[in-house]
Design a protein around this ligand. Sequence first.
Ligand SMILES: Cc1ncc(COP(=O)(O)O)c(C=O)c1O
Length: 358
Amino acid sequence: MNIHVEPLSEQDMKPVFDNPEQLDFGTVFTDRMFTMKYNTERGWHDAKIEKYRPILLEPASCVLHYAQEIFEGLKAYISKDGRILMFRPEENAKRMNRSAKRMCMPEIPVEDFVQAIKELVMLEKRWIPKQKGTALYIRPTMIATEPVLGVHPSKEYLFFIILSPVGPYFKSGFSPVSIYVEDKLVRAVPGGVGDVKTGGNYAASLYASVKAKEKGFSQVLWLDAKEHRYIEEVGAMNIFFVYGNKIVTPALNGSILPGITRKSVLELAPDLGYDVEERLISIDEVLQGIENGKITEVFGTGTAALIAPIDSLYYKGRSYIVKNKVGEVTKVIYNDLVNIQYGEAEDEYGWVYELGEL
Ligand SMILES: Cc1ncc(COP(=O)(O)O)c(C=O)c1O
């Protein structure tokens, strides 16, 4: 793919914002973005890296009415020895294409997706924060831009990538979060789009998460839509339960997002000496397990938070407190993963993608 790079003037270069104490999640954006257009006649065309700026859309654009939109989230890191690294970007490219297929949108060749990120991040490398735990968050997004009112797939699309230097996703960093178990509202239904990364899933989740936040909880744990009984996932994370030496997570069922961090934990945990299990887990089993001490730790996994220890679940008016607030297994998995991501441990799995030097 040939990417045209538009020059930036001195005034377009904002001061870099990288104080790790002040880095919020997703509030500051770098100087440039990648854009590429699609229409049914020409396919993908006009790949560009240009100034980060508002995008012009017709008010009739399909995305604004029928929510034909998909996105991804991944990060670039700086290793101690000054290499710029990403974690399994091809997995994000593949998931984006699965989302595209389900939402009747055009796929993007995996190598073009990765190349676009690579060229953009390398141009913006001064924006990658250096401290461990911080990163440059990468948000590839595709929207339907055809200006026509009618419920059918758009004939025109815009794919763009924006970058944001980020600190920890949760204000509390690697300290435990408490979770509200939602027993009435649902995020995704069988046969729906819960397993793809489309904005509508997140819009549908807002009401419950606002209510949970008002009550002092950082995220919602969703149960299945049919019986309100089986564990699905947390707002922007998959969830794991530790039973001593065994780590259990809900099996992918079509309404859970197949997280790349989830997949990585399932792959590396056996090498760290843990058994892993993907299966149906009911809320009753979890609450009982927390009460009788069989569940020793609970944690969430996701690109934004990486591994988030969970210290309690609130369900139908009662808090169930997990014994090991930041348990050993959670710490071991966190350290192993973060050391691979920051290039400090040997990458035996071939997960690290080196973009270049600082
Ligand atoms: C709903 C949802 N579940 C799970 C995840 C975790 O996925 P990943 O590990 O690929 O970031 C995310 C974040 O992308 C998410 O938005």
